[in-house]
Design a protein around this ligand. Structure first.
Ligand code: NAD
Ligand code: 89V
Length: 341
């Protein structure tokens, strides 16, 4: 049995609580929730039948015997909460973006390694069902060595009602969405050598940049174009699907709208549908993300139990954050930038 405590019971936490509840079949027990807004903690505890209810994370850690803590709060609270959990010796997961700065992320990773207490980032987009299928196909060798990709997340879905804090972020789309698309670029093509970027501030009622077009040269020589925007007025609006074009030395994989995956190899093309799982608690259009939340939690849980590093370890995600930081610098200076670290 793995006893899980969740910190943060706001907009996105319902997906984590449902995911952990779904993983009860894998031996997960949700034993405690915490939110500094006590009414949110109580509401989550009632909705999910959780016995431990806290408004202070330190009190939760002192009172409960937890095997895993899942932090689902906004980025400014990540470092203090991660440090609290790691110092209490509890394996921890923290939502994206990992930290407020690359230095903060490196500090959290280093603390985890020094204490020998595992830390992972809930980077879920690479776990979207069609992207997992694309990775399996790449891994099989069928399309040869990957040498080019376009990763695309373009929407005008109203994200600001559910997440009003995004309206006032001075650095918006790279930190909020760039982390996902650049992580997908790394997932398929490996580490980045350098990145260039153009940002646009298209919606005047939003404080930060809401569009980024990024170009990455990977260490392997491969090239990727990573695009994200919250201001693409297109119908149908595919939120929150990630589209992918991946070319290799012998073929290609294209993830199209609505989970259609076209594989070209040996001069022939075939289409595979990679629909996400649908559970009663999931809701359109979020279901592909909700399914990826379950897959992310399951992946990290399995790695922690096996004493292994998850694919989305703190050490891995530091590289995505370094790339985001480099993208902001590239956009500001109008040059290609080598990510730090
Ligand atoms: P939110 O503000 O709605 O909820 C966060 C909750 O955490 C609030 O209820 C707040 O009271 C609580 N909180 C803050 N500091 C705390 C502390 N020190 N101790 C206890 N509780 C505390 O935010 P949200 O929209 O749910 O986003 C949370 C995180 O999830 C963000 O980092 C966001 O980027 C991320 N997110 C990820 C995805 C994804 O697909 N991966 C989607 C949406 C949001
Ligand atoms: O995935 C996210 O991090 C969310 C959303 C899908 C709205 O962009 O912020």
């Amino acid at each position: 049995m793995t006893r899980v405590g969740v910190i943060g019971c706001g907009f996105f936490a319902g997906n984590h609580l449902n995911a952990w509840k779904q993983l009860a079949s894998e031996g997960v027990e949700l034993v405690a929730v915490c939110d500094m807004d006590a009414s949110k903690a109580r509401a989550a505890a009632e909705a999910f039948g959780i016995a431990g209810v806290y408004s202070d994370a330190a009190a939760m850690l002192a009172a409960e015997k937890l095997d895993l803590v899942d932090i689902v709060t906004q980025v400014r609270s990540h470092r203090p909460l991660v440090e609290l959990c790691l110092n209490a010796g509890v394996p921890t997961i923290v939502q994206k973006p990992f930290g407020l700065s690359l230095d903060d992320c490196v500090a959290m990773r280093d603390l985890s390694e020094r204490l020998g207490v595992p830390l992972a980032v809930h980077e879920n987009f690479r776990f979207q069902a069609p992207l997992q299928l694309a990775k399996e196909i790449l891994h099989s060798g069928e399309i040869g060595e990957a040498n080019w990709a376009r990763i695309n997340f373009r929407t005008a879905h109203d994200i600001y009602t559910g997440q009003p804090y995004l309206r006032t972020e001075q650095k918006l789309v790279i930190n909020d969405l760039g982390v996902h698309v650049l992580d997908v670029a790394r997932f398929f093509l490996g580490e980045a050598k350098h990145i260039s970027a153009e940002t646009q501030h298209r919606r005047p009622d939003i404080a930060g940049e809401d569009t980024a077009t990024m170009l990455v040269r990977h260490e392997s020589g491969a090239v990727s174009v990573a695009e994200c925007t919250y201001d693409a007025r297109r119908l149908p609006d595919l939120f929150p699907q990630v589209l992918l074009e991946l070319e290799g030395t012998r073929g290609s994989v294209v993830v199209k709208a609505d989970y259609e995956v076209v594989v070209t190899a040996n001069g022939a093309a075939r289409t595979i549908m990679a629909e996400p799982d649908v559970q009663p608690w999931m809701r359109q259009p979020w279901n592909v993300v909700q399914d990826s939340v379950v897959a992310t939690c399951a992946h990290i849980l399995q790695a922690y139990r096996a004493g292994e590093m998850p694919g989305v370890s703190a050490a891995d995600n530091v590289k995505t954050i370094a790339l985001c930081e480099a993208a902001y610098e590239a956009a500001e200076r109008g040059v290609a930038v080598v990510p730090r670290g």
